[in-house]
Design a protein around this ligand. Structure first.
Ligand code: ADP
Ligand code: ZN
Ligand code: ZN
Length: 712
């Protein structure tokens, strides 16, 4: 990602010449209406306020905490309207210029105000104005007290560390030799020993400098404890901070502050951790760099992976991007030498890669969704005391409920989608009536009871169509009555501790057959697992999004990586109605350089990322035509801007507005407009001219712009 050339607001200090005597602070607040807000620096604080300071300011009848972007001698609003700063938050950690620069870049690049980036990046407890009946201790004091560093030696515990394989040693040497900024793609299948390389890299960064800190990004909340555990085992004396959105507010504040203060030297977190201030940052690791969850999907739609690379370049430090299936963007950079490619070609355990077979199946499948060969393979593994996993990336009981008489389908009232049939947990399982079901919309969360009869014709012949993990689990229990079956998906994980309990049972050998979604595919080291059956990957094969095949390939590689990590006879069976798809051939051949190479060739042909750059304007409104109407006007406005500047006209392309794939969501109609360019700076120049016009055109539509959209 490159710097944009059109500058909006700046987060650098404005020189004050001191002639007028009145000093104004430009304060960033988490309010989307303006880049910053002017406040008077009261005499009591004169000379004590600088860029990066946290201040308490009046806002309407209330108060807010904001961060000073700079000082000025003139206000941008009438001087008599300017209100004074109420106080300086002295306990806040000093904002380094590096952090302010990162925020500034992020705000410009994603075309947002600095406050919209900066303040959501600060834990809520710390940016909430202290209440009137102030507790004895401030939120800062409590957070600082809460983070307790472990006692122990700061040097890594190498007792249980394996000796490095040659490829690992070579990768580590390359990482250690690097001077200053460098991006490294650590390319290796699951189990190839990437994490071991990360641990050594952390050790060498920390050993080089007593104030050095390392940032480790993981894609999923569920993966943070696992990786943090391995880091903790290796660095028993090192304070480790964890940051993700699932933490309780108090924990989040404690971790964030420990990192900002430099007390925690290792930070393991999800995408939001990239925006934490890490004053001693000396190295960054982005595990599973291709994972879509690095892209923030609300507020400022930033890519934590891209920001990690930017951050590394700002701080002149190395960043390691690890993956078995790199994103097209990263692969292209590695192919052209911009990133350094480090390959771990084999599994570290010495186990051979699993055998991957493709099973052609029909549309009509038995209730357990298994082809004869898959059923036989499971039976064989179970009889032998091994574990098997059936992977189905669809939660719930069945994707839709249908009337056998008139063809009615369980559509959501508020979305252009079906409500999914879910079996709900019984408070009293022994209660009469057996399983209870509900219809749930996965888009808006809308729920309803299952109707007794068809809402259209009254017939009682309502049937689930298709299969989700709950139904699969039920059918597998019939097929394999002796097997101990456990399921993991987001419905299970929603109950606190349930996912951990399930995984403990798996590791403890109390489970024979696992059923689950994506959640089971990532990061887990299942020692007895010998067989993976991919039940139904076909939906993702023909999705509209151009990134769908890349994602499917990544998911399948990942889930395949679960099989036989420690055994010699790992086996993967992929059931599909389209066995001729090249993606499956690449998977079977373990061709994980050939697949992305072909993908890049296709992208180049079509001018898609990473060869072209995109921005997506999304709009939503209650009335069906409002959003599309607004986007039509927005397109005309952009075309006028392009027409006025030949350079932009030659390089920036604007498509027609179209309804979004799920056109109606929670009762609102949604549409999108794609803008593309082969030149990133020109795209951003066009966007900066265009965006200020949009509010005037929007009418009753709400809009948001996504730079580098991850889904189209
Ligand atoms: P990845 O992160 O690529 O999935 P890991 O680093 O977790 O791989 O390694 C997979 C397994 O192999 C782990 O159990 C790890 O302890 C082990 N391992 C890693 N490196 C080596 C090595 N050099 N020799 C033996 N075992 C290793
Ligand atoms: Zn009907
Ligand atoms: Zn809905």
């Amino acid at each position: 990602m490159a710097r944009t050339d059109d500058r909006q607001a700046s987060v650098s200090a404005v020189e004050a010449d001191g002639t007028t005597g009145r000093r104004y602070a430009r304060v960033a607040l988490d309010v989307p209406i303006a880049p910053c807000f002017d406040y008077l620096v009261p005499p009591a604080l004169d000379g004590r306020i600088a860029a990066g300071d946290w201040v308490l300011v009046p806002w309407g009848r209330g108060r807010k905490i904001g961060i000073v972007l700079g000082l000025a001698n003139t206000a941008e609003i009438a001087a008599e309207k300017v209100r004074p700063i109420m106080g300086r938050v002295d306990e806040a950690p000093p904002s380094s210029s590096a952090w302010l620069e990162l925020i500034d870049f992020t705000a410009r690049y994603y075309h947002r105000h600095p406050g919209e980036v900066m303040l959501p990046a600060v834990p809520k407890l710390l940016r909430t104005p202290p209440s009137a009946r102030q507790r004895k201790e401030s939120a800062f004091a409590r957070a600082r007290k809460r983070f307790v560093a472990p006692a122990g030696s700061p040097s890594p515990d190498m007792a249980a560390a394996p000796g490095l394989k040659p490829a690992q040693a070579e990768a580590l040497a390359a990482l250690e030799q690097g001077e200053g900024f460098g991006v490294f793609l650590l390319h290796g299948v699951t189990g190839s020993g990437k994490t071991e390389v990360y641990l050594r890299f952390i050790a060498s960064r920390l050993a080089a400098d007593p104030i050095a800190q390392v940032l480790v990004l993981v894609p999923e909340i569920a993966l943070t404890p696992q990786l943090a555990e391995r880091v903790r085992a290796r660095f028993p004396g090192e304070p480790i901070a964890i940051l993700h959105s699932g933490l309780a507010e108090g924990e989040r504040a404690a971790s964030w502050l420990a990192v900002a203060d430099g007390r925690a030297r290792i930070l393991v977190g999800t995408r939001l951790a990239v925006l934490a201030p890490v004053p001693g940052l000396a190295g960054i690791i982005v595990d599973e760099e291709h994972d879509p969850s690095y892209k923030q999907q609300e507020g400022v739609h930033y890519s934590a992976r891209d920001l990690a690379v930017l951050l590394a370049s700002q701080r002149r430090i190395p960043v390691v991007l690890g993956s078995a299936t790199p994103s097209a963007e990263t692969w292209q950079a590695a192919r052209t030498g911009r990133y350094r490619l480090l390959t771990l070609p084999e599994r570290a355990s010495g186990a051979p890669a699993p055998r991957i077979e493709v099973l052609a199946i029909d549309r009509d499948m038995p209730p357990d969704g298994l082809a004869e060969a898959a059923r036989a393979a499971i039976a064989e593994v179970l009889a032998d005391g091994g574990q098997a996993l059936v992977f189905l990336n669809r939660r719930g009981y069945a994707p839709v409920l249908a009337c056998g008489q008139c063809g009615w389908l369980s559509r959501c009232d508020d979305c252009s989608a079906y409500r999914v049939l879910h079996r709900v947990a019984q408070r009293r399982p022994q209660a009469a009536g057996g399983a209870r079901f509900r219809l749930v919309c996965h888009h808006c969360g809308g729920e309803q009871a299952v109707p007794r009869g068809c809402p259209a014709c009254g017939d009682t012949d309502l049937r689930p169509v298709g299969r989700g993990t709950q139904r699969l689990e039920e059918a597998l229990a019939q097929t394999f009555p002796e097997a101990r079956i456990a399921r993991l998906d987001r419905d299970v994980a929603r109950r606190r501790g349930a996912a951990e309990a399930m995984l403990d049972a798996v590791h403890g050998g109390e489970v024979d057959l696992l059923v689950g979604t994506q959640m089971l595919a990532k990061g887990h080291d299942f020692q007895r697992l010998r067989l993976v059956v991919v039940a139904d990957p076909d939906g993702a094969l023909f999705a509209a999004d151009f990134r769908a095949p890349e994602r499917l390939f990544a998911t399948l590689m990942q889930v395949a990586g679960r099989a036989g990590r420690f055994a010699r006879d790992g086996r993967v069976l992929v059931q599909t109605r389209f066995p001729g798809e090249p993606l499956f051939a690449a998977l079977q051949a373990h061709d994980f350089a050939g697949f992305p190479d072909r993908m890049l060739a296709e992208r180049r042909e079509a001018g898609l990322p990473p060869f072209g750059h995109q921005a997506l304007l999304r709009a939503e409104a209650v009335a069906p035509d409002d959003a599309l109407g607004f986007l039509g006007a927005a397109r005309d406005a952009l075309l006028a801007i392009l027409a006025a500047t030949p350079e932009l006209a030659a390089h920036v392309r604007c498509f027609d507005p179209v309804p979004m794939p799920v056109a109606r969501l929670a009762g609102r109609e949604r549409a999108q407009l794609l803008v593309e360019s082969g030149s990133r700076p020109l795209l951003h120049r066009a966007l900066s001219r265009w965006l200020p016009e949009l509010d005037g055109l929007a009418g009753r539509s709400r809009w948001q712009l996504e730079v580098d959209p991850s889904e189209i």
